[in-house]
Write a protein that binds this ligand. Structure first.
Ligand code: KIV
Ligand code: ZN
Length: 512
């Protein structure tokens, strides 16, 4: 058995299935480039048949990200598989990942298919996918709630058809480490051709055990691929967190005796990028990437760490990419320094005109804020991408008035399509006043599900990053906005969410 653990990142596919986490093509390319820098082995770039947007994003990633294997998900049918193959055409190394549900519940209630029909369709799908690539992954969806005999029958058949990776999915996070690991072990022992495939784990975090289940699948079950997402992003309670798996295996190499290719110093930058693009904040006490993960508040701990670091620290903050916030640029930095920093951050803007526009924004920000950090540049580029995307609603300016004992008032100017509008509103607080002012004109009818503010860096000079999650007619979107003035950041976040609702992207969820 190999001692290498393959890291398969599905942030852009399963991660994107979280309500509101949908990303634009440019955002996905930025994340894929960062995943390449992180040195993941496989990037699941999307589900090509889901929408034209997904198809194009996979195509663009396959063209521009050359090191990792690029993968597309597809249901077990010819149309989905052809679409995945088409999107992956220009990839240096490509994988088609096809799946079908195998649990009695899913087969009967969701697919309305008999086990024999599912068996035939799984075989047929793998055979068809092999016409496009030698690298075909098969997942029995809801595998952990499937019947063992049936699983053995299906998996043996798909391996015989040429599946090179078998991904044992704990789709609803029902697994318990010992049981999940043992089930995988039994499958590998019972299936005669099991050694012809690499076995993979794919766990959801509904009971908070995704990482534990994945590691049990590796240690007890002999899996050598882990499917995971940055920050554990994913539907419901999320997927297995990449950073936790990687740091567990690295820190406890004595136990796991496995290695992976990941450049751990890129972990924090990747986590911040994903959180900033999706608007899914990382909880402060989140392992490895939470703001408090390496903070020692108690006197005893601080004293211990000062005397000997390993008294209370099992990992070094710098090994996962935490460094004291670096002031990278300031008011006097020139265009070349700015451009070089963009390159170092892996941000490739499309044209010199885009660099100029981002540089102008940078100068505006530097006038208001003397120290500019990497995080500021990343959010500024996101803003620029939105402006560039000819969005329907665009923030122009606002005036806001709050005084103790008075009801806050706001006036905002923004453009709707090409027309500039000015509207006024009052509210319980300044943000409420801004939202009321915007709604007095847009009348979106959207419901605000979440409003959160985070400081991008440290200190009161920091930009505030606001996430607004809106829901309308069953669709949920996240808008993100950043500015040193958190009321302006809130207005930008609200307008960004309205833009997403306006764009009416119709997207298929593979698991529905
Ligand atoms: O959770 C799941 O079952 C999946 C499959 C498509 C692998 O995401
Ligand atoms: Zn999943």
């Amino acid at each position: 058995m190999s001692d290498k653990l393959i890291i398969f990142d599905t942030t852009l596919r399963d991660g994107e299935q979280s309500p509101g986490a949908s990303m634009t093509k440019d955002e996905k390319i930025r994340i894929a480039r960062q995943l390449e820098r992180l040195k993941v082995d496989v990037i699941e770039a999307g589900f090509a048949a889901a929408s034209q947007g997904d198809f194009e994003a996979i195509q663009a990633i396959a063209t521009s990200v050359r090191e990792p294997i690029i993968c597309s998900l597809s249901r077990a049918n010819d149309r989905d598989i052809s679409r995945a193959a088409e999107a992956l055409k220009s990839a240096q190394r490509k994988r088609i990942h096809t799946f079908i549900a195998t649990s009695p519940l899913h087969m009967e209630k969701k697919l309305r298919m008999t086990p024999d029909q599912v068996f035939e369709q799984a075989k047929q799908a793998v055979r068809f996918a092999r016409q496009f690539t030698d690298d075909v992954e098969f997942s029995p969806e809801d595998g952990s709630r499937s019947d063992m005999d049936f699983l053995c029958r299906v998996i043996e058949a798909v391996i015989a058809e040429g599946a090179t990776t078998i991904n044992f999915a704990d789709t609803v996070g029902y697994g318990v480490p010992e049981l999940y690991g043992t089930m995988l072990k039994n499958l590998r022992e019972r299936i005669p051709n099991s050694d012809k495939a690499i076995w993979s784990v794919h766990c959801h975090n509904d009971l908070g055990m995704a990482v534990a289940n994945s590691l049990a699948g590796v240690m007890i079950g002999g899996a050598r691929q882990v499917e995971c997402t940055i920050n554990g992003l994913g539907e419901r309670a999320g997927n297995t967190a990449l950073e936790e798996i990687v740091m567990a295996v690295r820190t406890r190499r004595d136990h796991f005796k496995l290695d992976c290719n990941i450049d751990t110093t890129q972990i924090v930058a990747t986590s911040k990028l994903v959180s900033q693009i999706t608007g899914f904040a990382v909880q402060p006490n989140k392992a490895v990437v939470g703001a408090n993960a390496f903070a020692h508040a108690s006197g005893i701990h601080q004293d211990g760490v000062l005397k000997a670091r390993d008294t209370y620290e099992i990992m070094r903050a710098e090994d996962v990419g935490w460094s004291a916030n670096k002031i990278v640029l300031g008011k006097l930095s020139g265009r070349n320094a700015f451009k070089q920093r963009l390159e170092e951050l892996g941000i490739a803007l499309e044209s010199e005109a885009d660099v100029n526009a981002a540089f102008t924004r940078f100068k505006e920000l530097a006038d208001r804020k003397s120290e500019i950090f990497d995080e500021d540049i990343m959010s500024l580029v996101s803003d620029e991408e939105h402006a560039h995307g000819n969005e329907y609603y665009r923030f122009v300016s606002l005036v806001q008035h709050s005084e103790t004992g008075e009801r806050p008032a706001a006036k905002i100017v923004f453009s709707m399509d090409t027309k500039e509008v000015t509207c006024n509103g009052h509210g319980n607080g300044p943000v409420d006043a801004i939202v009321n002012a915007i709604e007095s004109t847009t009348q979106s009818g959207a419901e605000l599900l979440l409003f959160s503010v985070n400081a991008i860096t440290t200190g009161t000079q920091s930009q505030g990053e606001v996430t607004m999650r809106l829901s309308r007619a069953g669709r949920i979107v996240n808008g993100v906005g950043a500015d040193p003035d958190i009321v302006v950041a809130s207005a930008k976040a609200y307008l960004s969410a309205l833009n997403k609702l306006h764009s009416k992207v119709e997207k298929l969820n593979p698991q529905l």
